[in-house]
Design a protein around this ligand. Structure first.
Ligand code: GNR
Ligand code: NI
Length: 171
């Protein structure tokens, strides 16, 4: 297992649509484990492959609370096969936008189909924070980030802060 560096916005890989995987090979299963370790270390509740510089349709999630047993989910080629009309709102953050938070509205419940770490097809019904997290991670696979769901004003405020932080890091 290994902890991988997490890319921070603005970064071109975060804006790039990811390629499907042909098959979840042992090498990709290892990437999923490294992503989980990276996510737990951050700490975060989800991580998408582009956030560690890999433009493939892979994500990991664990929304279990500290006082619960871990519930790691590893997904390749996830597809939303059903979403509720009802929407839910969560205060979202993103490991690629440190210290930035904003409310985002998304379908409250989703059904997702994916390949697990053994290359086996699975389906999962999700609601609450898990439904939000799945959609947040799947957005990353399209090169979409949570600030893209905000008003132009709120988005530009966050993007300006990120660009300023990048300049200060370079100086
Ligand atoms: O750690 C994370 N927390 C979070 C909180 C609310 C909605 C979505 C998330 S995902 C985020 C980790 C991350 O950036 N995943 O891409
Ligand atoms: Ni994110």
């Amino acid at each position: 297992m290994a902890i991988l560096p997490i890319l921070v916005a603005p970064h071109p890989v975060l804006k790039t649509k990811c390629k499907p995987v042909d098959e979840v090979t042992p090498e990709l299963a290892k990437l999923m484990d490294d992503m989980l370790e990276t996510m737990y270390d951050a700490p975060g509740i989800g991580l998408a492959a582009p956030q560690v510089g890999v433009s493939k349709r892979i994500l990991v999630i664990d929304v279990a609370r500290q006082d619960e047993d871990p519930q790691p989910l590893k997904m390749a080629n996830p597809e939303i096969i059903w979403e509720s009309e009802e929407l839910g709102v969560y205060e979202e953050g993103c490991l690629s936008f440190p210290e930035q938070y904003a409310e985002v509205q998304r379908p409250a419940r989703v059904k997702v189909r994916y390949l697990d770490q053994n290359n086996e097809a699975q389906e999962l019904d999700a609601d609450g924070l898990l439904a939000t997290c799945i959609q947040h991670e799947m957005d990353h696979l399209e090169g979409i980030v949570f600030v893209d769901h905000l008003s132009t004003l709120k988005r530009n405020m966050i993007l300006r802060k990120m660009k300023k932080a990048l300049k200060q890091k370079a100086a």
